[in-house]
Write a protein that binds this ligand. Structure first.
Ligand SMILES: [Zn+2]
Length: 344
């Protein structure tokens, strides 16, 4: 049975904010055994649905629009629209009120209620690090891992000035494995994930400019295909079955809605960077780092280290500041449109 009564453990915490098209809605949050729960009674009254509890069968259920949700206290199962989700301690029953596990609510129920968790958090992922130098010009001791970390720190400051919260997947020169990068973004439930890289063309030193990518099973063109192979290279030893991994994730319905949002994020960044620099456009390719995140995710290539003009810019903080400002504008516009539109 998952309904337990332990009211002395109940600590009134704060409230968590969610957003639908027109307004911000906050739900009361409590901490129980160091875990966060939201008041289901509060949610039901604010979203106008009724909770039914069958005391004989220990079943809690509610319906919202066309959706039907059932919690069984005997099996620890949740049934959402006849789909079974095993989940331990999903519901707590305290002082005659029901509380739902916050992680569960954010992961499964926000979609159902058509709301988004509003934490204004962006995760920036400076690519490579440590022994993985990324692209390099060894003779000049210029490494992609340093360029992208420097840019990511500048971008972080720009986003903070726009009242967004930022976490970097790495703050220093160290190798963070793929799963860890994805885990950081998913654990903190970031609202956008930006992986930062710099390009290198082995056979064309004329190629130059900024690029923004979103995830796709197939690359949009030969160049995008080559870029994805180069950026995925480091992950080949990390127990990832290369082709199946991206393909299987892309099949999940859950991600497809995020790809739609990722496309919007990519175009939002592109429309700003295009004002200040040669932007090669929005492209798509199968990048592993984008395949596991549960939020709008893009990968940006700041410029070509193989092009002398781009390389000069990539080593120039004044230029990087200008580029970071436009990328930050693109992210901020996306956040406003997707999460904060019509909100005063
Ligand atoms: Zn890279």
């Amino acid at each position: 049975m998952f309904f337990i009564i332990l009211n002395f453990y109940l600590l009134l915490a704060n409230s968590l904010s969610f957003v639908n098209k027109n307004e911000i809605i906050s739900f009361n949050e409590v901490k129980l055994d160091e875990k966060s729960y939201l008041s289901l009674n509060d949610i039901s009254s604010k979203l106008s649905f009724k909770i039914n509890y069958n005391r004989v069968l220990h079943k809690l259920s509610f319906s919202y629009k066309e959706h039907i949700v059932l919690f069984s206290s005997i099996t620890d199962d949740i049934i959402i629209n006849s789909k079974l989700i095993p989940y331990k301690n999903a519901i707590k029953f305290i002082d005659g009120k029901f509380y739902i596990d916050t992680d569960l609510f954010i992961d499964y129920f926000t979609k159902l209620f058509n709301i988004n968790y509003l934490n204004n958090l962006i995760v920036i992922d400076p690519g490579h690090g440590g022994q993985d130098e990324g692209a390099k010009i060894a003779s000049k001791k210029v490494y992609e891992k340093d360029i992208v970390l420097n840019f990511s720190k500048i971008l972080k400051e720009k986003l903070i000035k726009k009242n967004l919260k930022v976490i970097l997947t790495r703050e220093k020169d160290e190798l963070i494995d793929l799963n860890k990068r994805i885990e950081i973004a998913n654990t903190y439930k970031a609202q956008a994930f930006i992986s930062v890289h710099a390009n290198f063309s082995k056979d064309n030193n004329e190629a130059k400019g900024f690029e923004v990518y979103y995830l796709s099973e197939k690359a949009s063109d030969t160049h995008s295909h080559v870029v994805a192979i180069a950026e995925n290279e480091v992950f080949k030893d990390q127990n990832i079955s290369r082709d199946e991994h991206v393909a299987s994730i892309l099949k999940s319905m859950y991600l497809s809605s995020h790809i739609e949002e990722s496309t919007k994020l990519a175009y939002s960044i592109y429309s700003e960077t295009n004002k200040i620099t040669n932007t090669r456009g929005v492209k798509k390719a199968p990048f592993y780092v984008l395949a596991g995140t549960y939020m709008p995710s893009v990968l940006i290539e700041l410029g070509f280290m193989s092009n002398s003009e781009d390389l000069k810019n990539l080593s120039n903080n004044k230029w990087l500041n200008k580029l970071a400002e436009s990328v930050a504008d693109g992210i901020d516009n996306f956040m406003k449109k997707n999460y904060r539109s019509n909100i005063k």
